[in-house]
Design a protein around this ligand. Structure first.
Ligand code: WT7
Length: 625
């Protein structure tokens, strides 16, 4: 390796940060304003870690009030635009006014400290107002992605006992109106007290527990509820390897310190930044890097309500030019889609405002990395590949400010205060160029508080595989310079367009069709979405496989899980390959579909079923041909 001064300086700084992480994070805690300073920076009760114990703050104060005495008072917090070309912008002062007014409205409806409020909203400024208003009252938001189905919402309400739902009449996508309120309208759960609806077309009628969110609410100052650092700010559900999604619970203090720090470290954002993170607020990326960190740092952000390539593939690039975006953060799936359209639509626009380009959600293949670097960044912008998870709160790996040498396809090095390693099954460190499991070896402030209502699952999912190391569930490999490349999930979770789906959840949805006897779902590589689902299904006695049955099953999955799950195919088989103990051999199904060696099949129940899967594979090849 050549001598790279910045890399060596970064490595020194990083090493120093790890010598005494408590001291390091104690200092870093001052990145946000506190009402009262913490007494103890870290309290360890393994595997529960509590940061900034005894510190008091309020997230909406951190994001809003605190900027009002500075030059940021009249600075734009958000620019917004939608597919219809409608625009809106809010300054920090205006956002503060709207959040107070809406917090007062919620307060009058009975929302109070520690209540769970479900938010099912499109990408509009009002959704951010809703999140911050909930936080101002010391309540806990549970944002559910607006593409999710009614069933997904019901599951989340049942688990979190949410008392309120905030939604909107509709959103737009690809020129079509998509109704949101009708999705939640008939949810009849006893704990739901009010459903608050943003009336976007003036046709909404108040009735019973349906309350209209009046846009012209009067400003009333609401005192921000004082929260202890470890009081939860929000719960966000994510898929796991079992049927039920896990309610990941995040803290207030540690979370805010972590997201603000990591955004500044990774992207070197400044007061002159115009930041665009394309994630929806329904995902952790939206929580951390559309809402909380840009506001805590006092940045100007842009948000967009609509599809990336509608009405044409120029849309996003035209927005970068129009709003003079300086840092742009998106997903490999979106980039792969744009790659397909060619470069001409990019060249039409002046993208010279860009300084940094980011990527998240799935591994970015070197071809896509290079395409992004050359065509979007004009070879001038570092690619900030950020590896992290819903559970980690913020970035774990990312090339610090883009000042260290970049390597296509590598999420590079851990950020300051973070210690990671690549280990084998037993937890032993692996040498360079050997595939293993990535682990995090020291606690960090952005780490989740736990899983809502499920201490056991928290311990078992993240802390039981290795002793004293956090297990994220990803494969990775490092090079001679400790640069890390991610190699996909090591568990039964697939990533479709960067969205996490447990194969078990999809299987359960298939079984809900009442047509299938058994189902095995695996992820297979997909050029556009990274991975997509393939299902192997055995049908119930007397049911004949045909196109209609297939459609019915697909519809059921859509109904239960929403449009997030995309299938390449559903194969009907007589039997599924199983181990002698009855476990479906998904790995075998996968190796057949991806033309890998089958490996040891001696644990299979019967050889015959393998032949069937092979037959199914031949069919797939025919379909694709
Ligand atoms: C999983 C977490 C992190 C916010 C968006 C997704 C995969 C995430 C990368 C990346 C390779 C990545 C991992 C991780 N992942 N970022 N830069 N390179 N893989 O959050 O839904 O919680 O998913 O996404 O597999 O474990 P999530």
């Amino acid at each position: 390796m050549y001598y790279y001064p910045h890399l060596n300086r970064y490595l020194d700084y990083h090493k120093q940060s790890l010598q005494d992480i408590e001291n390091f994070w104690d200092y870093q805690g001052r990145i946000i304003p506190w009402f009262k300073r913490w007494e103890k920076v870290l309290e360890k009760n393994h595997p529960f870690y509590r940061w900034y114990v005894g510190g008091y703050l309020n997230a909406s104060y951190v994001c809003l009030d605190h900027h009002l005495d500075s030059i940021r008072r009249n600075k734009i917090a958000y620019y917004w635009e939608n597919e219809l070309g409608q625009t809106e912008s809010v300054s920090y002062l205006e956002l503060y006014n709207r959040v107070n007014a809406f917090a007062n409205f919620l307060k009058n409806l009975g929302v109070k400290k520690d209540d769970v409020v479900l938010i099912y909203m499109p990408m509009v400024i009002d959704s951010i107002v809703a999140m911050l208003a909930v936080a101002r009252l010391g309540a806990i938001h549970s944002v559910v992605f607006s593409g999710f189905s009614k069933n997904a919402i019901i599951d989340r309400i049942e688990d979190s006992k949410a008392k309120y739902i905030i939604t909107a009449t509709h959103t737009y996508r690809r020129g079509k109106r998509i109704d949101l309120f009708p999705v939640v309208k008939d949810i009849d759960l006893p704990y739901i007290e009010k459903i608050i609806v943003l009336d976007r077309d003036g046709n909404f009628k108040e009735e019973g527990k349906f309350v209209k969110w009046n846009k012209d609410l009067e400003f009333v100052y609401v005192t921000p509820e004082i929260r202890e650092s470890n009081d939860p700010l929000f719960v966000l559900y994510t898929s796991g390897t079992t049927g039920k999604p896990k309610g990941i619970l995040h803290s207030t203090g540690g979370y805010l310190v972590y997201v603000a720090s990591t955004l500044a470290w990774a992207f070197n954002v400044n007061d002159d930044s115009i930041w665009w993170c394309t994630a929806d607020i329904g995902w952790i990326t939206g929580h951390s890097y559309v809402v909380y960190s840009p506001l805590a740092l006092g940045l100007t952000s842009f948000i967009y309500e609509g599809a990336p390539d509608y009405p044409n593939p120029e849309k996003w690039w035209s927005l970068i030019e129009k709003y003079k975006i300086t840092e742009f953060y998106t997903s490999p799936t979106a980039l792969r889609m744009f790659m397909k359209y060619g470069e001409d639509h990019i060249r039409k626009y002046d993208l010279s405002s860009l300084r940094m380009l980011g990527s998240v959600g799935e591994p970015i293949n070197p071809e896509v990395w290079t395409w992004y670097y050359e065509n979007v960044g004009n070879k001038k912008c570092p690619i900030i590949d950020t590896w992290w998870q819903t559970e980690t709160g913020g970035f774990i790996l990312a090339p610090f400010m883009g000042i260290i040498p970049l390597r296509p396809g590598y999420a590079s090095l851990p950020l300051p205060g973070i210690e990671v390693d690549i280990v084998d099954e037993k937890g032993n460190s692996l040498p360079a160029n050997t595939k293993g499991f990535i682990v995090i070896k020291k606690p960090w402030p952005g780490m989740m508080l736990g899983i809502l209502n499920d201490e056991e699952k928290y311990k078992q999912t993240y802390w039981s595989k290795f002793e004293n190391m956090y297990y994220p569930g990803d494969y990775a490999i490092k090079d001679e310079n400790d640069y890390i490349q991610l190699l996909g999930r090591a568990d039964e979770v697939i990533k479709i367009a960067g969205h996490r789906i447990g194969t078990f959840e999809v299987e359960s949805a298939i079984l809900e069709s009442e047509l299938a006897a058994e189902a095995a779902v695996i992820g297979v590589p997909d050029e556009l979405r990274g991975e997509i689902a393939v299902a192997f299904v055995t049908l119930k006695e007397g049911i004949q496989s045909n196109e209609e049955i297939k459609q019915k099953i697909l519809m059921k999955v859509r109904e239960v899980l929403g449009p997030v799950v995309v299938f390449s195919n559903i194969f009907f088989v007589e039997k599924l390959p199983k181990t002698r103990s009855g476990k479906i051999m998904r790995r075998l199904l996968k190796s057949i579909l991806t033309e890998k060696e089958i490996g040891d099949i001696s644990t299979l129940e019967e050889e015959a079923s393998v032949e069937e899967v092979r037959k199914a594979y031949e069919e797939l090849k025919k379909t694709l041909a």
